[in-house]
Design a protein around this ligand. Structure first.
Ligand code: CTP
Ligand code: MG
Length: 335
């Protein structure tokens, strides 16, 4: 009976559509934010090209994948061809250049897992992280952006899930919870699994876009304007999807055996990936396959303590969606 109850959506669920859409609208950044980002990017490009004329700058992460909320920092990738560059040296040199051009809080973090230079631009008020030659991140940013063009419910769901995760403190990889990138992959996978499907699996379709990054071939169907309306046979509303998303991660996901994979548009087994035991620090307690770097489990940051926190938060969210009179408030209460 309990299981049955957990699978039945509350009767008044559609009453929640308007308030969820209002939350989504309130998080979408205004157009002028884009202009400010462009302005900062061209300033950075000018400074960088004085020192490295061949180098190019790319935006990646939430400022370019369409899942960025109001007032996000921007992520920039500096692409330099030269094969034998020393990343630390480039970062230190870059920090020097930026510092002498009045950019503020300039800091080179050369020992981080992804080494970066941080800065704040006093003119636009935007903070920015610059990394070097992280081309895979630029490519997966495009993949996420392309998925977002297919059905607006992806962007709506992901904004609400990210907002929930930030409010509840489960969007902190250094505390063993998941990155924003991981949450967006969870949303894409979830919408690929609905019946009828709301999203297709772009990597299983004929490749119209293909790039090689080191030894990884990244290929998928990127003519997404042809896929608008793909999910229109599925009439689920945003409130139903938020309910079902949390219900899935609280009560339906097979944590012991399953790996979610947007690359295949399906669930694959941990055994198949050899993710059944702990190797080093990778525990594979919740498994989310990266779409291109397929040996990379986005859940590897999760440990035996944080998995409990995470699952309790999914259950809390699912129960609120089922029983709480006012989920649009309770869901996002600070922890
Ligand atoms: N990324 C990645 N592999 C990871 C984590 C991140 O390739 N394990 C890349 C992705 O391109 C991602 C970007 O780094 O889009 C930024 O990651 P993250 O900060 O998690 O996501 P954002 O979309 O920038 O979210 P936020 O709005 O929270 O900044
Ligand atoms: Mg970011």
């Amino acid at each position: 009976r309990m299981l049955k109850r957990q699978m039945e959506c509350r009767r008044d669920i559609d009453r929640l559509n308007a308030p969820f859409l209002a939350i989504y609208e309130s998080l979408v950044p205004p157009e002028e934010e884009k202009a400010k980002q462009k302005q900062l990017l061209s300033l950075l490009e000018k400074l960088v090209n004085k020192e490295w004329p061949q180098a190019r700058l790319y935006l990646y992460g939430s400022c370019a994948n369409s899942f960025g909320v109001l007032k996000s920092d921007i992520d920039v990738c500096l692409a330099i061809q030269n094969a034998d560059i020393n990343k630390s040296e480039v970062l230190l040199k870059l920090a020097d250049i930026l510092q002498s051009d009045n950019l503020q809080n300039v800091q080179a973090l050369t020992r981080a897992r992804v080494p970066i230079v941080k800065l704040m631009d006093p003119v636009t008020g935007i903070s920015c992280d610059i990394c070097i030659n992280n081309v895979l991140a630029v490519v997966n940013t495009k993949l996420l952006w392309d998925y977002a063009q297919i059905d607006v419910r992806l962007r709506q769901l992901a904004f609400i899930v990210k907002h929930w995760a930030k409010s509840r403190g489960v969007n902190e990889t250094y505390h063993g919870t998941l990155s924003s990138y991981a949450y967006v992959l969870m949303c894409i996978h979830f919408l690929q699994q609905r019946r009828p499907a709301i999203l297709p699996c772009l990597q299983e379709m004929e490749a119209t876009y293909s790039v090689a990054v080191d030894d990884i071939q990244c290929a998928y169907f990127d003519q997404v304007e042809k896929l608008r309306g793909f999910g229109s046979r599925n009439k689920e509303t945003i409130a139903q999807l938020v309910w079902a998303f949390f219900n899935y991660w609280a009560y339906r996901h097979d944590y012991a055996n399953a790996v979610i994979s947007i690359r295949t548009g399906s669930i694959i087994s941990k055994r198949e990936k050899d993710w059944t035991r702990r190797i080093g620090n990778d525990r594979h307690l919740i498994c989310i396959e990266d779409p291109f770097e397929i040996s990379h489990d986005l859940g590897r940051v999760v440990d035996k303590y944080s998995i409990k926190v995470l699952r309790e938060e999914f259950e809390r969210a699912a129960d609120i969606m089922q029983y709480d009179p006012n989920p649009c408030v309770t869901l996002f209460e600070p922890y």
